[in-house]
Design a protein around this ligand. Sequence first.
Ligand SMILES: [Zn+2]
Length: 221
Amino acid sequence: VNATPSHHLAQFKHRPACHIEGINNNNLEERPYLQQQYVCQRITHTDMFALTALPPGVDKAEWLASNTVAFFKHINLFSSALSEFCTPSTCPTVCAWNLIYVWTDDHGRKLKCSAPLYFDYAMSYIQDLLTDEDVFPTKTGSVFPTGFVFLVQKVFLLLFRTLAHIYWSHYRETLALGLHAHLNTLFTHLTLFCQQHALLEPEDTEPLQDLITALGQQGWT
Ligand SMILES: [Zn+2]
């Protein structure tokens, strides 16, 4: 694919759908991450509500910004640990049950690309945003731009999809590496943070809603 990494993400609200017939959504063989022996695994039993809530006296935008940076670092690191398993031949598209995520470039062109390329674009996009002083100011007294929350929402959608791809396509490798308890912890932290700060729409999280519900049933603390 001859395309430059995108700095714009379109199609947040319109999902380019690719219907795949014959998938049984209730099949635990296809979704081993829902099995009770795995869903209960977590590396910490910290109170996740307290962890994600805005601490008293902290500026909301600063709280969103610092968490965005932290989640990006963790998820980037996590996906690199699995990157050798995610190749154009193992993952020619980024599929989520009945959807295929396409990347939209600067010129509005939709690129149907492999998962490694999609997440490469995604990580570059986020990295550029986080290092842009006009968007994520680091200097004392700087103000966050109008539309800051919208950009944070875009970042969290991409981070959510990164973890979702691991659950959908690389869960067996995650188990083999012994990373599943870390993955559940990171995913629980991310989804609760997004819930508390209204960062993702229900349609964004729908492909993994069953997992979110199952993890919630384990208790957040
Ligand atoms: Zn993959």
